[in-house]
Unconditional design. Structure first.
Length: 106
């Protein structure tokens, strides 16, 4: 997982951005042997309960996609306010589409 502010900043400065109605994916190719992922659920999503629910869903969806992703990526997945009311299937499709459009997997 991405945890440090410097890592988030590097993706913002040097990465590419793809977005959908529900999610924004910032990605950056690295020389690391694995793929690191960070999640951002802003307060515009709702209260803590709703933000945590979206984070749990996104973590579960990402676990299912790990085998299709190659190594050497830093990814930052940002939930948009509409993600708070989206179904699990809608989030899955949005994530799959973003990964495919970014050339990461899907």
């Amino acid at each position: 997982m991405l945890r440090h502010k410097a890592d988030f900043g590097a993706i913002g400065r040097h990465g590419t951005v793809r977005s959908s109605r529900l999610l924004v994916l910032r990605s950056m190719r690295t020389e690391r042997p694995g793929t690191r992922i960070g999640l951002s659920t802003p307060r515009t999503l709702g209260g803590a309960v709703q933000r945590n629910r979206v984070r749990r869903r996104l973590r579960d969806l990402l676990r299912g996609q790990l085998d299709t992703m190659g190594s050497g990526w830093d990814l930052l997945l940002i939930a948009r306010p509409e993600a708070g009311s989206a179904t699990y299937a809608e989030l899955r499709e949005a994530l799959r589409s973003l990964l495919e459009r970014s050339g990461i997997g899907g």
